[in-house]
Design a protein around this ligand. Structure first.
Ligand SMILES: C[S@@+](CC[C@H](N)C(=O)[O-])C[C@H]1O[C@@H](n2cnc3c(N)ncnc32)[C@H](O)[C@@H]1O
Length: 225
């Protein structure tokens, strides 16, 4: 986890509010209080019997230690997992393929998009990619540069970007900070927006997040997967 001094947090916050956006409304999600990313993976694993798992960004192995899949790779440049590299370094030399990938590394749009596209290249047929932190509740929780501890980053922009690709199918499950569910197949609901990704603000997300992210409940997800 990046350590940011109090002074630099204040400077970054002022910078964001003055030059990028100042929007105070919050989104209230109905995330179930007792259903987390490991519960979703357990559900999917019981159904699909995955043989291989890749986690990008492992931190203290909060999730990685709960994964009960034969072949598991955890990539993190600082802590946890079993491969001490950045995701870019890992993918550069990687030859393995995976049934399930969980993306939770650097939570910035460009990196998340790269992590998703690289994961798609190494995804087995009928494999799944999950992306953590897709549904921020406030402007501050998604601000880049980061200025607070509890932070989702602008992961949501990578989802909005790729929801416009006709060959990537994406939903976002309303649970545990928002989990993107991605498949390598024809997009059955292509998103069309007029703004460029770099022009999008939290205010746009606030108004359109259901459509942008194609949000579904856990119940809906369990009917589809
Ligand atoms: C939010 S934590 C991961 C939490 C964990 N997956 C969980 O489920 O609780 C993010 C992690 O991403 C790592 N990270 C940062 N930049 C990365 C990069 N470029 N590639 C891979 N991991 C990265 C950080 O070191 C940090 O441990």
């Amino acid at each position: 986890m990046e350590k940011i001094s109090k002074v630099s947090r204040i400077i970054r916050k002022l910078y964001y509010i003055i030059f990028i956006e100042n929007f105070s409304k919050k989104i209230s999600y109905n995330f179930p209080p007792n259903y987390f990313r490991w519960d979703l993976i357990k559900y999917l694993h019981e159904k699909y019997k995955f043989n291989s798992y890749l986690e990008i960004g492992c931190d203290k192995n909060q999730l990685f230690s709960r994964i009960n899949i034969n072949k598991k790779f955890g990539v993190d440049p600082s802590s946890g997992g079993n491969i001490r590299k950045t995701s870019d370094e890992f993918f550069k030399d990687n030859k393995d393929t995976f049934d399930l990938v969980f993306i939770d590394g650097l939570h910035e749009y460009t990196q998340v998009k790269k992590d998703i596209l690289n994961s798609l290249k190494f995804l087995n047929k009928n494999g799944l990619i999950l992306v953590h932190d897709c549904l921020p509740e406030s402007m501050s929780k998604q601000a880049v540069p980061r200025y607070r501890m509890l932070w989702n980053g602008d992961v949501w922009k990578a989802i909005v970007d790729l929801r416009q690709d006709e060959n990537i199918e994406i939903y976002t499950c309303e649970m545990d900070q928002g989990i993107g569910v991605i498949q390598n197949k024809k997009n059955t609901s292509i998103l069309q927006i007029s703004k460029k990704i770099k022009e999008l603000k939290f205010k746009d997300f606030y108004k359109n997040h259901k459509e942008y992210m194609r949000t579904i409940s856990i119940k809906d997800l369990q009917e589809k997967f």
